[in-house]
Design a protein around this ligand. Sequence first.
Ligand code: 3BY
Ligand code: FES
Ligand code: FE
Length: 414
Amino acid sequence: MSTPASPLRTLLDRRKSGYSLEAPFYTDPAIFEQDIKHIFGQHWIYVGPEVMVPEEGDFVTIEIGRTSVLIVRSDDMQVNAFHNVCRHRGSRLCTEHKGSVGNLVCPYHQWTYNLEGTLLFAEHMGESFNRSGHNLKPVHVRNIAGLIFICLAENPPKDIEDLAAAMTPYIAPHRISDCKIATQIDIIEDCNWKLTMENNRECYHCRGNHPELTISLYEYGFGYAPTPENCEGIDQYNQILEQRHQQWEAMGLPCRELDHLDDCITGFRTQRLPLDRAGQSQTMNAKVASSKLLADFQQADLGALSFWTQPNSWHHFMSDHIVTFTVLPISAEKTMVRTTWLVHKDAVEGRDYNLKDLTAVWVATNAQDRALVERSQQGIRSDAYEPGPYSPFTEMLVEKFCNWYTNRLSALAE
Ligand code: 3BY
Ligand code: FES
Ligand code: FE
């Protein structure tokens, strides 16, 4: 007699393409555990820009489910990552979310590790103690043009190298290493992490919900195919797009769309798009928020280079600032969204930029998105919820997210 399929396998097998997922994917703690194990435990996870640890000894901690990871800048300026667990009796090493240290000293019995994770000092352990066998457990790190990805798996997906090769020419001109964090804001959303991601993958909701964002954003940009009854403006937009792409590519800024959201293990998509109105930046007047432009940019209208990764990030790179988002699951119905605003490291607050203008659009947009995803979660909890159809004109990238997710879970889950 064959064993019955697991509840998760049954749900995966009957997923109807073109439709949202069934409720347990958003509510069931058992499926959340599978997400943590197979999606967040086996894929490359974006954790933040390298300038979150600008100096030697700077660290941040990142929580993914029950796992805490230490991201540390070592003396040779490499960014390293370790499990935040002491090799003595397992104490959490760093309890602060960020800080700066000379060495990593466990508060319990003072076992001391250097910034490469090597155990330097452990008192009262005797002659026969094998110190070199008790270094911190490393976590794989990949720094892609200043964006830090980690992977908890023993053997991380190798196609991160394809992403790195494809994306470095797009991202590098914005020179993240010459930026500083202007501010970082964490919000907690009462929803499953996949609702946060799905919401990010469409702009169907933008016109109705994001008055600040749509000042500078053309809604045609984000995976938009005009319907026969809704193609007004698209020809003009395509003309602008073509013209701007030619200009920007002549300046060495790649623009063309690359879409590997559901045909790679390390799925991603990118595109450089013009901005509406004054067309310089994602601000309330669409002009730059920082007068000190990034890198050696001489002109302000470079559009917005957007970059999306599976399973947990999106980013917008403009001439004057970068906004980068990482989504970290907390529980089946709780998710953290961390938004980081980067400006040139020499930009001076109050002179070159002010935080209110820099952050206004995404503070408002995040709050609107939070309300939307929390309302989705509430509806999905109801017995009346059943998977609904995606628009083939504006929700193609949501479908790609769900395809990627269900394919990866099917490949890995028991
Ligand atoms: O942030 C993004 O990726 C865009 C802008 C709004 C919705 N989303 C498609
Ligand atoms: Fe860290 Fe004892 S648990 S030194
Ligand atoms: Fe939104």
